[in-house]
Design a protein around this ligand. Structure first.
Ligand code: MLT
Length: 239
């Protein structure tokens, strides 16, 4: 049995992922936002690698059923209906809608994970049910991949901490699980913080969000097990 963690999707090729069970994590904020949107009734989320791609993808969809959402440096993209705040994904805003989402790190990481089977979307917000699915995947496949979106092509501590907690839950009760170095490092990281709140608090992403007056999103993302959904990305849509 084997768990591989990647601290960023950089350098990952389709050959590394084809047919493997994958969890993608971008705690601040893309995967927290996607989990929230789907738990609150969005029909689907379509991740786009760039804002231009988001506009193109949205133009092929029914106008009144689609919402463009996304951020650059945490701030809503001009002309888009929504930013990338989980607090914007209220039932009133998103129920029944298809959201085309473009973010700096999270949606490109999801696009890079295409080819996995399944590709699951994870965050503290759905951690309990995500942990169950990850455990099942490891038990049935003998293999699990966890991809952290990271930040600006670099390591992001909140994603790595969440990956470590997921490694811990997924391998619990299983005797021999081979871990790559990143999975081992992520496990070590789980000993460094007493809570999600602590792990997220001083991260570079949290500081950027505070500068953009979005510190409440950090508090939102740090509250675990808000939702019982595990979104799955297949055929270019997360449902
Ligand atoms: C991202 O996907 O790059 C992030 O979630 C950044 C953000 O929304 O602040």
């Amino acid at each position: 049995m084997k768990i591989d963690v990647y601290f960023t999707p950089l350098g990952l090729g389709a050959g590394d992922l084809g047919g493997r069970g994958i969890v993608v994590i971008d705690v601040l904020r893309a995967t927290t936002t996607i989990v929230t949107a789907l738990a609150n009734g969005a029909k689907a989320v379509i991740p786009a690698a760039t804002s231009e791609e988001a506009v193109r993808l949205a133009s092929h969809l029914e106008k009144d059923g689609v919402l463009l959402a996304g951020e650059r440096r945490s701030v809503k993209i001009d002309g888009f209906a929504l930013g990338n705040s989980p607090r914007e994904m209220t039932p009133a805003a998103v129920a029944g809608k298809t959201i085309v989402l473009a973010t700096t790190n999270g949606t490109p990481a999801l696009v890079a994970a295409q080819g996995g089977e399944p590709v699951l979307v994870g965050a503290p917000a759905n951690f309990r049910v995500l942990g169950e699915r990850a455990r099942q995947l490891l038990a049935t496949r003998g293999d699990l991949v966890i991809i952290c979106a990271g930040r600006e092509k670099q390591f992001a501590i909140e994603d790595a901490y969440t990956a470590g907690r997921l490694v811990k839950v997924a391998k619990k009760g299983t005797r021999k699980v081979e871990l790559n170095d990143a999975a081992r490092a992520a496990l070590v990281l789980t000993e460094q913080f007493a809570s999600w709140k602590e792990a997220l608090a001083d991260s570079e992403a949290a500081l950027q969000l505070a500068e953009a007056d979005l510190a409440e999103d950090v508090a939102f993302a740090a509250k675990a097990d808000r939702f019982g959904v595990v979104p799955t990305y297949a055929n270019r849509r997360i449902t």
